[in-house]
Design a protein around this ligand. Structure first.
Ligand code: HMG
Ligand code: MG
Length: 299
């Protein structure tokens, strides 16, 4: 297999992780956690979400979190933004990167953002234009690419059309989501090869949820095809509350363990990441990380 010398890991725990927790994690704990993550060498942290607070109450304190975290030079602080109202809130607190999101499944898109895919495009385009006018980076998430809990298999042509549409809006990169952790390396090969036929690898990030334990194998396949950017969440927490059956992201510490032992660089300190994982363990219910089980002597 053909592996890169270095990859970039993008930490989505404070957003994707905490949005799926039953209880809202106290604001002070979120801030302390993000500050610990900022000291690990991670260069990208999705800190929260400026969606409708009654849709994701766990992140209703996005403004306070973004205002009170200690920002470290060289770290991009990103947040999810569904529409212009969300952008207005994100700009008020100077979020660095605006993350748009849309689903490749019509049904999941409606359940998640209350619009058809066709009606979502102009909303995202307006947000992308306004974000760019404010000199912000823009990321585009495409969800349920590998399968949808409501529609099953998703046509790859549909995914390509959505990716193309997002790039035409000026997004800086895409994050390709296996929202319900249903993929396997053979499907990853099929999807990634197809996308790389149209779009450059350096503008693609893979976002694997580890619901069925295949996320690390999927990372290997994606790296072999030339992908060098991966989303993950410290503690392996996460999931989309509007995608039935979605559970945790690939754990950042599990990804680091494998990658570093393969001789691939990330610039991230594993011990500091474990410190951040041990901290957030006190506040969440759904920790799903092999490294944490080892540290706690539960293996
Ligand atoms: P809607 O009800 O259709 O919104 O929700 P609307 O535009 O009709 O507005 C209705 C009211 O909400 C108005 O207030 C707006 O001002 C307010 P009123 O005039 O009635 O008083 N409103 C807002 N308030 C604060 N912030 C906002 C906002 N927008 C409207 N941004 C909407 C549509 C998209 C807002 C809603 O469906 C929503 O917030 N959905 C978010 C769901 C979500 O966050 N899902 C999880 C993230 S996606 C994910 O996890 C997948 C991912 O990880 C990738 C993967 O795993 O594949 C990214
Ligand atoms: Mg996700």
């Amino acid at each position: 297999m053909n592996f890169p010398n270095e990859i970039t890991i993008k930490e989505v725990g404070p957003r994707d992780g905490l949005q799926n927790e039953i209880q809202m994690v106290p604001t002070d704990a979120k801030i302390k956690w993000i500050n610990l993550l900022s000291e690990t060498g991670i260069t990208y942290i999705e800190v929260s979400s400026f969606v409708r607070p009654d849709w994701i109450p766990q992140l209703k304190d996005a403004r306070e979190v973004a205002k009170r975290i200690k920002r470290k030079a060289g770290v991009i602080y990103a947040a999810l933004v569904p529409n212009l109202k969300g952008l207005e809130r994100a700009l008020e607190v100077d979020i660095d990167e605006i993350c748009l999101f849309i689903s490749a499944s019509e049904t999941h898109n409606r359940k998640n953002i209350n619009r058809s895919i066709a009606h979502t495009y102009p909303i995202l385009e307006a947000v992308a234009n306004e974000a760019k006018a404010n000199k912000k980076l823009v990321r585009g998430y495409v969800s349920t690419v590998f399968g949808c809990p409501y529609e099953g298999e998703i046509e790859l042509e549909k995914v390509v059309t959505i990716c193309d549409k997002l790039f035409s809006m000026g997004v800086d990169e895409l994050s390709i989501g296996d929202t319900i952790g249903i993929s396997d390396p053979v499907q990853v090969e099929k999807v990634v090869s197809k996308l790389l036929h149209y779009f450059p690898a350096d503008k693609m990030t893979m976002h694997f949820h580890n619901t069925r334990g295949a996320a690390l194998a999927n990372v290997l396949m994606a790296m072999n095809l030339g992908i060098k950017n991966f989303d993950s969440a410290v503690g392996g927490i996460g999931g989309c509350p509007y995608a039935k059956g979605a559970s945790g992201n690939l754990a950042t510490e599990d990804l680091l363990y494998m990658i570093h032992r393969m001789g691939i660089k990330t610039g991230i300190d594993e011990q500091k990441v474990m410190k951040a994982a041990l901290f957030i363990e006190n506040h969440v219910n759904n920790l799903a990380s092999h490294q944490m089980r080892i540290v706690k002597g539960k293996h």
